[in-house]
Ligand binder design. Structure first.
Ligand code: ADP
Length: 498
């Protein structure tokens, strides 16, 4: 029993453990994402740039400072060494060590807080202010080289002292001995340390200021992005009417302008979608209303003659056919609109394709005594979707017949160059008013609704044609004059561009 009671508790504990693990991971991911933020990057950039510059300046100042202190000390000791060397020679100190020079050597050693040794030409130490090496032979490379005249002054630098070896020059400028001066660098090191300390304090203060400035600047620079995100979020929440308006930096202004442009496009797309849906509903409703009116009239007639029934039923069939045509055209358009809609591309003889279309339309044209002429300048082979292109060209030629006058004419021509083929359909029909020309390719647009309806039009023909031409990466243009005629020109690449 006890065991059973314990089980749900254990399960809960396990679930809590898993949950904590997941939420921990999520929190960590969030923190890492935050680290990748522009603000952190900007902060780090400013801070590390200032830090690196400070480091370079500090190293430079320390080096220059130490160099200056050292060279000052060296020339000071060197000058004193030369003076002592002269004293040694003039007093014959190397041969007999006079008390006067010995005192001077001791005083000098005190001044330099160091030690002075005098060596004669046989490398024998004749004086040592520490009184340790007197009488001993000093086998030092520096001293030997100095006496041989290889160097004017040898300098050895230590952490806390310098050691200079100078020749003692006798008659005719020959080196008769050497003087070794060891001087303390305590004072120089103190100066260098003092400068280093001051520079360090300056560095810390500057770094703190840099951190503060970096924090402020990075915050200031990323603030507009936060506003943009907030505005975009607002729009995403459904407030499409609002625009993003953020001033400040040029780049930020560009982003907000581009976003507003995109928003405008989205609004246009949404408007046209709504308009399309309302047009579709309206277009589909019209035949339905007619069918209902016809059916209601028949019902109300009571005992109507069979002749009337036949007439009304034939009208109803016409309306159903019309509805069918609209639905089929709509389906064609929707299929063409789908970007992934397959294109069945093959090498097609455009001349043959045109002949077939014209053969089909010729009887319709003949009914209204319209002359239909086809002019082909050369054989054209092109990579096209035969069914779709056939539909597009048929629409153009059917329109040229539909919107023509009795006894009019339609001229269709086919030409090509090395890159494109060109189809032109000209008619001597009613033409399209200039103001209406930009809209003829719009879905459901009709200049004269009644005329279009009378001739079985759906207002979708040119939209389908344009869509097909665009799927072939071609162009279509319209030139028209009212009551004179219309010309549609199509240009399509000979080789299909996927
Ligand atoms: P419809 O089914 O009404 O013919 P279309 O999309 O094919 O629809 O054409 C749109 C409108 O453009 C037509 O209603 C008509 O007013 C006009 N139009 C198209 N072709 C011609 C033409 N060759 N001559 C005059 N008007 C034309």
């Amino acid at each position: 029993m006890g065991k059973r009671e314990g089980m749900p508790g254990q399960k809960n504990k396990k679930a809590r453990g898993i949950w904590n693990k997941i939420s921990g991971k999520y929190q960590l991911k969030k923190k890492l994402e935050h680290l990748l933020s522009m603000r952190v990057a900007l902060f780090a950039l400013i801070f590390f740039t200032v830090g690196t510059a400070l480091f370079a300046v500090t190293v430079g100042i320390s080096a220059v400072c130490r160099e200056e202190a050292m060279s000052g000390r060296i020339s000071e000791v060197q000058e004193y060494g030369k003076f002592l060397s002269n004293q040694i020679v003039s007093s014959g100190y190397l041969a007999a060590q006079g008390a006067e020079v010995t005192t001077e050597l001791s005083v000098a050693a005190d001044i330099f807080d160091g030690r002075i040794l005098v060596v004669d030409g046989n490398l024998k130490v004749v004086a040592d202010t520490f009184n340790n090496e007197q009488g001993k032979i000093l086998l030092s490379r520096e001293v030997i080289e100095c006496i041989r005249g290889m160097h004017v002054c040898q300098v050895k630098e230590g952490e806390d002292h310098i050691e200079l070896t100078l020749p003692v020059k006798g008659a005719e400028n020959t080196n008769v001995g050497a003087i070794i001066l060891r001087a303390s660098l305590e004072r120089e090191n103190a100066v260098v340390n003092h400068v280093g300390h001051s520079v360090f304090i300056f560095d810390v203060v500057t770094l703190l200021v840099a951190a503060f400035v970096a924090f402020f600047v990075s915050g200031r620079m990323t603030k507009p992005f936060k506003s943009i995100v907030a505005s975009i979020q607002h729009v995403t929440d459904g407030y499409l009417e609002d625009t993003v308006s953020i001033g400040g930096f040029y780049e930020v202004k560009r982003i907000s302008d581009s976003f507003n442009e995109m928003l405008l496009q989205m609004k246009k797309v949404e408007e046209s979608r709504q308009e399309f849906v309302s047009n579709v509903s309206h277009e589909l409703k019209t035949p339905m209303t007619s069918i209902k009116v016809l059916a209601d009239s028949l019902t109300m007639q009571g005992e109507a003659p069979a002749e009337l029934y036949r007439e009304f039923l034939s009208d109803i069939t016409d309306e159903i056919e019309r509805e069918n045509k609209i639905i089929n055209d709509l389906l064609s358009l929707v299929r063409l609109d789908r970007k992934e809609a397959e294109m069945h591309i093959a090498q097609v003889s455009i001349n043959e394709l045109m002949e077939i279309i014209l053969k089909r339309i010729k009887p319709i044209a003949k009914n209204r005594n319209i002359e239909l002429v086809f002019e082909s300048f050369r054989p054209v082979l092109a990579e096209v979707d035969e069914v779709k292109l056939s539909l597009a060209v048929s629409n153009l030629i059917e329109n040229a017949v539909k919107y023509n006058v009795e006894d009019g004419n339609v001229r269709v021509s086919l030409n090509a160059d090395h890159k494109y083929f060109y189809i032109s359909v000209s008619d001597s029909g009613i033409g399209i008013p200039e103001a209406a020309q930009p809209f003829v390719f719009d879905r459901f647009y009709r200049v004269d609704k009644a005329r279009s309806r009378e001739s079985g039009g759906t207002g979708l023909g040119l939209a389908i044609t344009k869509s097909v031409v665009l799927r072939h990466k071609g162009t279509i243009k319209v030139y028209s004059r009212e009551n004179e005629g219309t010309t549609f020109t199509v240009r399509i690449p000979l080789n299909y561009i996927a």
